[in-house]
Design a protein around this ligand. Structure first.
Ligand code: ZN
Ligand code: FE
Length: 241
């Protein structure tokens, strides 16, 4: 494993992720909402930034980009379909493309639902999934642009990934997601254990991410929904919870 991912807290509940590839020493950052905490993390990691990976166009995922580009001149990667609404885009990618990251590659997975142009990245070397606002621990993103069917099929694209995959999501929503998940699935033992772990982590001021896809498969009601209709009902229930 040559790639490591570290969460950088931003705004009130966002995570940007700092990625390091140890063979080449390349550094990338995912969805920088703000420049200042990104710069602090980049300086602590050696003071260079080679690449910015963007999952979608929302301000809380891209607003740090212009200042980071001006300071470090990284290559900015994002969805070709959203080229008109992503700042400083250099490499416009499509479903199935691979993006070089030092000695390894990140694969692009098209995951519409939260927004229509939302993509995820998967780095097999290190087992890192960057789902942006598609998949959260014990939850999923709101449907701002896509339908429940879109989102269900997007999340189904993660099915081929190993249980050991590290889910490096865009928000620290886990504690509130746990309340909803427990209300939907009160007898789920794995969920009860995860909820207790989440409460302890948050009480200690620690992130609940990354979490493994294996844990999410056992606990996340949205990942466990058997079909798009059930998924849609859950999403509507969560919106009003
Ligand atoms: Zn978003
Ligand atoms: Fe967001």
């Amino acid at each position: 494993m040559t790639v490591t991912a570290t969460p950088i807290p931003m705004l009130s509940d966002n995570y940007s992720w700092l990625l390091r590839e140890s063979v080449s020493g390349k550094v990338a950052i995912v969805d920088p909402a703000e420049a200042a905490p990104a710069i602090a993390a980049i300086e602590a990691a050696g003071g260079k930034l080679d690449m910015i990976l963007l999952t979608h166009h929302h301000a809380d995922h891209v607003d740090g980009v212009p200042a980071l580009v001006a300071r470090y001149h990284p290559v900015v990667v994002g969805n070709a379909a959203d080229a008109h609404r992503l700042p400083n885009l250099d490499i416009a990618v499509h479903e199935g493309d691979t993006v070089d990251f030092g000695a390894t590659k990140a694969r692009v997975i098209d995951t519409p639902g939260h927004t229509l142009g939302h993509i995820s990245y998967y780095i097999a070397d290190g087992g890192i999934l960057l789902p942006g606002d598609t998949l959260f621990s014990l939850g999923c993103g709101r449907l701002f642009e896509g339908t429940a069917k879109d989102m269900f099929h997007s999340m189904a694209k993660y099915e081929d990934l190993p249980d050991s995959t590290l889910v490096c999501a865009g928000h620290e929503y886990t504690a509130s997601n746990a309340k909803f998940a427990l209300a939907m699935d009160p007898d789920n033992r794995a969920l009860q254990e995860r909820a207790a772990e989440v409460a302890a982590l948050r009480a200690a001021g620690k992130p609940t991410l990354p979490v493994t896809l294996g844990v999410e498969r056992a606990t996340n009601p949205f990942l466990r929904a058997p079909d798009a209709e059930t998924f849609g009902k859950l999403r509507t229930a969560k919106d009003h919870f």
